[in-house]
Design a binder for this molecule. Sequence first.
Ligand code: SF4
Length: 697
Amino acid sequence: DSAAFDEEVKSVCPYCGVGCQLSFKLRDGRIAWVDGVDGPANEQRLCVKGRFGFDYVDHPHRLKTPLIRRDDAPPKGLNVDPADLSTHFREATWQEALDRAAGGLAALRTDHGGPAVAGFGSAKCSNEEAYLFQKLIRQGFGHNNVDHCTRLCHASSVAALMENVGSGAVTATFNEIENADCAIVIGANPVENHPVAATYFKQFAKRGGKLIVMDPRGVGLGRYASHMVRFRPGTDVAMLNAVMHVIVEERLYDEQYIQGFTENWEAMKAHLKGFPPEKMAEICGVEAETLRTVARTFAGARAGMIFWGMGISQHIHGTDNSRCLISLALMCGHVGRPGTGLHPLRGQNNVQGASDAGLIPMFLPDYQSVGDDGVRSRFRDIWASGDFSAEKGLTVVEIMDAVHDGRIRGMYIMGENPAMSDPDVEHAREALAKLEHLVVQDIFLTETANYADVILPATAWAEKAGTVTNTNRQVQMGRPAVAPPGQAKPDWWITVELARRLGLDWDYGHPRDVFAEMKRSMKSLDNITWERLEREAVTYPSLSPDDPGQPIVFGDGFPRPEGRARFTPAAIVPPDDTPDAEYPMILITGRQLEHWHTGSMTRRAQVLDGLEPEASCSMHPKTLRRLGVGPGDMVRLSTRRGSLLVMARADRAISEDNVFMPFAFVEAAANILTNPALDPYGKIPEFKFSAVRVEKT
Ligand code: SF4
């Protein structure tokens, strides 16, 4: 009913990497409801989060005033009541809070050197905010200890893609599935985590496309699959090498493509000899004949795509897992043509854009290496800056370790919540408590903000302007729809004010000024202007001012030496945390449809919280019977890191020796249990495999 709203504002969903375009319908200056609009990734569709998950912006817990920790506050801990912050914090003016925030960081820089201060930016902020944040750490503190949640998400996928195809982004949009006749979806649960993308996958299957779903869990997309392959957690490399073994053995590969566009094929072929499906079946728990069928189906397709999620990336062998998927696509020639491609389904709404903007410790914007003197020199010119370190910075988990050993003493955290999202989260919380000076910028008193010395209230996505880049490489414009509460300010404004107080000569009046500077160093933004984004979404690369962008890349070679992609053989590396008699089962953590990451927004959205108000873990009904536990009963989960109580749920999609648990609930924080062991290349922790004991309480 168009009469029921006063105004509408077109923007982008703040949750997942699908990047659905939506329209905020406003009444009396507030969001009354949300509709999907015709964006390139969603064609008017929205999932339950995009449609009903917006009222957190009006929640009474919103931070409205800058806060400074009281001199007589209790010791730092997870102990602040979000409804009454006055026990720990006092209100301050922006002037005082910014002076205190910057002054504390500057003092650490003077006393201990720039590397004593690290930064976590956010994939929930805009491209411009991510760019400014990494610039602040690099220019202001002279080093690269700046990271964000990509490290916990697809860092290993990006490491493998950079190594083997020369670019960390997807080679084809997910919508390209409409031109495919076969697709593998592995280690992903798009029905819950990328729901609108999942609608395209379902349509593909209904039209007769061969959908191969591979996962330890019987994920929802399995109902639509021509082949549902459930394998043992952590055995991805064994399984994928076996599939590739069959393709080599039966000569199903695309010889012409391999000769024209790849390197290291002979070494790959030799390596794969050691992975016959009959032998690998014992490891991965999938029958050899099924592995042969998958190989024949994918290799025999006219056009095939591979989609993967964090079931692939969040392992100590996450980079190896992605190397296998890349090799599988390359040997079949399934890259660079309509209906083909490699697509890691990116998690957060702007994790692609924040990574592109340089919010990572090893790369400046557009993945330009910090170790390259020429690259740093160009950035020094653009920034009118002194030099900064050529050394790769520390990653998310490494930064917390560096706090424990005293190398890092202060942090600036914008929109991230490591007190919930880090593996072995008690270790991270102890690190946050140990910091001499912690500045947190957010929209709510997150668990991380409990430990802050200064809290800077930020605007929510619906309250500010900025661009974001989704999993498809589509750059889209977010627009302010409603006024921020109290004195909350946009993240970019706060970062600029801190930079000025840290002695940097920054002069930006609007995010479009930042975007203009980004274009000077980022080739990916060629032909993409702020003015253009006001009118339309653009997929990078865009080849001309009129080109809507290239949904498929690398049809004529790769951004690597001689234009060739590389086969990198992967050996089997067992999971770090081995089950034994004391911890006999396997814990897998992840997300669920209604809640987003650490729950700071969705648990304050009435409909979403109403649908899923309580923490739970899921086990097979037979497992529950064996434990003498009924659905709804409380169980104790214990790993080598910690222990918690949580409600049990029955779910036939979980294997009998597995437990699945979402990580959005502070009262049963799954990351108390998870393992901080890291993949050596992507430095991503092994969230997807922890040895666990389950006990009846
Ligand atoms: Fe938002 Fe993702 Fe749902 Fe689209 S699919 S509405 S982007 S959460």
